[in-house]
Design a protein around this ligand. Structure first.
Ligand code: BTN
Length: 269
């Protein structure tokens, strides 16, 4: 499979034009990280800007981890927006992207697509997409939010240590997919969901769909924060994107995705 087949700029442009959302589109053969690229170029780009790379040689995962981003295999994309909202609300945009990717994936395959709070997209119990949101001050106007999504689309295999928890749309369906088509769907969904987010500057208009796809609510989870870890039951996702959990002593706690990791007690979810 070559990049021209499914990731040329003209193919992506045609798809993202439908949603009339993106003002600048960059398609790169190789980059260190699409998130880092947008943070470096923040003062030179019209927003919303979208950058897509065929390969990242220093792809970043959350919590300082790296993200495997081999050529041809997945969608490595980042969106730069400059929302006029309180900076403390920006972590919610990660959940807006999570819903958008989950909806787009569900549109193209019949598999079980879920969201592991706050922002991992799961297909048949394994992770197919991770999202990393970062902020960057721009010298001209305010600050920018970079939302990067890595979607395992046509990946044929994963390193042994990831096999139990990572998968791709290809591995779940046996079909290779055109990346430009899925990129167009993600952008379209995000553009719609972002408007719903801006109406209330919270997730209230998106919560039904988010919770409907949640793989976390109702589960026994292990919450890991800076002070250690504890077991709890995941009860509810709130309009600010936090997760309400009930601890084993009956105490209720709100946990925030940028502060904790949540793992299922009986497995990855
Ligand atoms: C996670 O660990 O779950 C987050 C993974 C985020 C990966 C994407 S790929 C595109 C963008 N550029 C990066 O360097 N990271 C994000």
């Amino acid at each position: 499979m070559s990049m021209d087949w499914d990731l040329s700029r003209s193919l992506i442009k045609e798809k993202v034009e439908d949603s009339n959302f993106i003002n600048e589109l960059l398609v790169l053969e190789e980059v260190d990280s699409t998130n880092d690229f947008l943070k470096r170029e923040i003062d030179n780009l019209q927003t919303p800007a979208l950058v897509v790379a065929n390969c990242q040689n220093a792809g970043k995962g959350s919590k300082g981890r790296s993200w495997i981003s081999q050529p041809e295999s997945g969608i490595w994309m980042s969106l730069l927006i400059k929302p006029s909202i309180n900076m403390q609300k920006t972590p919610m945009l990660t959940l807006v992207m999570a819903v958008s990717v989950a909806e787009a994936c569900a549109d193209v395959c019949d598999q079980k697509i879920q969201i592991k709070w706050p922002n991992d997209i799961i297909c048949n119990g394994k992770k197919i997409c991770g999202i990393l949101t970062e902020m960057k001050q721009s010298s001209a106007e305010g600050y920018g939010v970079v939302i990067g999504a890595g979607i395992n689309v046509n990946t044929e295999m994963f390193p042994t240590e990831l096999v139990k928890k990572a998968t791709s749309l290809y591995l779940e369906t046996g079909e290779k997919r055109q990346r430009f088509d899925l990129i167009g769907r993600v952008v379209k969904r995000f553009s719609h969901n972002y408007q719903l987010f801006l109406q209330k500057t919270d997730l209230s208009l998106l919560l039904d769909i988010y919770c409907g796809m949640s793989a976390t609510i109702g589960n026994d989870v292990c919450v890991m924060d800076v002070n250690g870890s504890y077991n709890a039951k995941a009860l509810k996702i709130e309009t600010d994107g936090s997760l309400t959990v009930e601890c084993e002593d009956g105490q209720m706690r709100s946990v925030y995705g940028d502060e904790v990791s949540v793992r299922g007690i009986y497995g990855y979810i």
